[in-house]
Design a protein around this ligand. Structure first.
Ligand code: FMN
Ligand code: SF4
Ligand code: SF4
Length: 274
C-alpha cells in the first residue's frame, strides 16, 4: 500500500512498532517519523495495540528501551507473534540510559528470525528511566550529548536515503550492526531479571483507586480489587506502574517515593523536537 503526496509521487508506507515505558523511545520514533521523507511511517505502540497486519507496509521498524542490557520481553513476544516475513526491510532502534549491552543485536536477531531483512540500526543515549538508578543520582538527565545527538541525526538522514531506494525499486543491502567493543563483551541478563530485582510491590493509603497502574501495565499483571493487586508471575519489573502512579503510592522493599521518571524530561523534548 502507498499514499499519494502533494507532488503526486507514491510514497511507500512504513510502520515503527515501539515499546516505550516512559516516552523517551516514543519521542525518538516521532522524530524519525517526522524527519524521514522517503517513507511515510505510522507509529504502533506494541504495549497497547495487539499485533498489526504488516501487509500494507513496505518497511518496518522495531524500537524499544534497554532493559537489563537487552530488549524487554514484551518486544520479543511481539515479534514472535508477527506473521513470517519474506525479506521485508526492517530497521532496529533502541534508547538506553547508561549501558546498552546487546539490545540492538538482540533486536536485530529477533527481527531476522521473523524473516525481516535488517537494513539499519542505531542506539541513542537518553535520560535514565530506571527508578533505582534515578534515585541513586544517575539520571543522566542531559543525554544525549551533542556528539550523540549528531550521530542520531546522521542515522536518521542515512535511514531516509536508504529507504529512498524502495521507491526507486532498488535493492537495499543488509546492514551490519555495530555496538562497540564494550557492549559486545556484555551478556544480556535473563529477561526476568528486572522482575527479580524489583521484587514485591506494595501500595500505601494515598492510593485513590484511579486504575492508571492497571491500564498502564503492559503485561496485564495489575488488577484493581479495589486497590491494585500485583501478579508476580506476570510482572516483568518494568516499573511503569511505579513511575506513572500520580500519587506515588506504589513502593517496593527498597524504593519508596523516589526516582520516578514518568515522561521524557524537557531537555530531551527540546533536543528531539522535529
Ligand atoms: C526496567 C528497566 C531496566 C533498564 N535497564 C537498563 C539497562 O540495562 N541499561 C541502560 O542503559 N538503561 C536501562 N534502563 C533505562 C532505559 O533503557 C532508558 O532510560 C530508556 O531511554 C527509557 O526509554 P522509554 O522512556 O522509552 O521507556 C532501564 C529502564 C527500566 C525501566
Ligand atoms: S495508579 Fe496509584 S493511585 Fe492509581 S490505582 Fe494505581 S496505585 Fe492507586
Ligand atoms: S506490575 Fe508494574 S512493574 Fe510489573 S509489569 Fe506491570 S507495570 Fe511493570
Amino acid at each position: 500500500m502507498s499514499v499519494v503526496n502533494s507532488y503526486n509521487l507514491k510514497v511507500p508506507k512504513g510502520i515503527i512498532c515501539y515499546y516505550s515505558g516512559s516516552g523517551n523511545t516514543r519521542l525518538a520514533c516521532q522524530y524519525i517519523q517526522n524527519k524521514v521523507q522517503s517513507v511515510k511511517f505510522d507509529l504502533f505502540n506494541i504495549a497497547r495495540s495487539g499485533v498489526p497486519d504488516l501487509d500494507g507496509y513496505a518497511v518496518a521498524g522495531f524500537a524499544t528501551f534497554t532493559d537489563f542490557w537487552g530488549p524487554p520481553h514484551l518486544m520479543q513476544s511481539f515479534i514472535e507473534k508477527l506473521s513470517p516475513q519474506n525479506g521485508k526491510p526492517a530497521f532496529v532502534f533502541n534508547t538506553y540510559g547508561a549501558v546498552n549491552g546487546k539490545t540492538l543485536l538482540m533486536l536485530g536477531k529477533w527481527a531476522s528470525a521473523a524473516g525481516f531483512k535488517l537494513v539499519a540500526g542505531h542506539t541513542l543515549h537518553t535520560p535514565e528511566s530506571y527508578p533505582p538508578m534515578v534515585a541513586g543520582g544517575h539520571g543522566n538527565e542531559d543525554h544525549p550529548d551533542q556528539k550523540e545527538l549528531k550521530k542520531f541525526q546522521e542515522f536518521v538522514s542515512g535511514l531516509d536515503r536508504t529507504l529512498g531506494l524502495i521507491k526507486e525499486g532498488k535493492e537495499i543491502k543488509v546492514a551490519k550492526l555495530n555496538i562497540g567493543l564494550l557492549n559486545s563483551l556484555l551478556f544480556a541478563f535473563p529477561r526476568t531479571q528486572s522482575r527479580k530485582d524489583m521484587g514485591l510491590k506494595y501500595v500505601d493509603d494515598s492510593c485513590d483507586e484511579c486504575g492508571i497502574c492497571e491500564k498502564i501495565c503492559p503485561y496485564g499483571a495489575v488488577k484493581l480489587n479495589p486497590k491494585p493487586v500485583f501478579d508476580m508471575h506476570k510482572c516483568y519489573g518494568c516499573w511503569s506502574c511505579y513511575n506513572h502512579c500520580p500519587k506515588k503510592a506504589i513502593y517496593t522493599r527498597k524504593f519508596r517515593g523516589v526516582g520516578h521518571y514518568p515522561k521524557p524530561n524537557d531537555l530531551l523534548k527540546e533536543k528531539l523536537k522535529a
